[in-house]
Design a protein around this ligand. Sequence first.
Ligand code: ATP
Length: 297
Amino acid sequence: MKALSIKNLHKSYPNVKAVDGVSFDVEEGDFFGFLGPNGAGKTTTLNCVIGLAKFSKGEIEVFGKDNKKDFRDARSLIGIAPQEYNFDPYLNIEDVLVYQAGYYGIPKGKIMPRVKLLLKQFKLDGKKEVDFRKLSGGMKRRLTLARALVHKPKLLILDEPTAGVDVELRLEIHKYLAEINKQGVTILLTSHYIDEIEKLCNKTCIVNDGKIIANDLTKNLVDDLDTGHTEILTDKKSKIKKIDCVEFKGNKIIVWNKGKDKLDDVFEHLSKQKIKVLDVKSVKDSLQDIFLRLTKK
Ligand code: ATP
């Protein structure tokens, strides 16, 4: 089943086409990475999904529910942790969660056990009576996540959930997200930490200038667009005639993965010239290299 299906989405602001024909599907159970440079149209796309932005053309379905015709049903399946904090400054953090559940029609009496559990899971139980202005940045991030999860959404949308948090908390959040994804929550994640997407997301979609420029299994993206190479370190400069896909840089020889079959030739030449090999290492492209190449930024 498709958790989210976006077809030919268009959204323009007076001087900019923020989303220009975006289509992609997120399958139930996916941990889906949505990547793009600043201003690429990620948040606008997400705002169209949750009904914060009106779109001029296209279709969006959430678990088969049209997000315009069946707005309430579609919206109730989504939990959103937005990039910007949008808490009511006069509520204490327990009430932030209780009120959020209220927006989904769940009364306080019913939601309290879940609120308590979430405050505990996100290590906020000691602060439940504090209002959000008195929380640290990391605590605010945790509260944003807890709030997104309060009504047990089937699709969790996270717009840069680890922006500005320290390494330890980032790892904790990764662990928690991987765990709830395993338990069946579909996750759509936008992040500027590409290593985060590479680590967590089984699929990755890259958007640039409002258009999708890549959408595949994260593993395939890394493999297919690979410009990885093998680096051979020798004890002296080698004198070998030009070979395709092979570069000689002093004591270093680079054999690009596209010319991997040339590796035997290179070793044979080195052996004939009595040049010793000191080290051989394989260097793989990261999703970051690929992202930078695709978006040319
Ligand atoms: P970032 O990574 O910086 O958050 P993004 O990929 O989420 O970027 P968007 O916030 O969707 O990008 O912005 C896409 C384009 O739409 C940008 O040019 C932005 O200036 C413009 N834009 C976004 N919201 C509005 C708005 N409310 N009014 C006018 N223009 C907007």
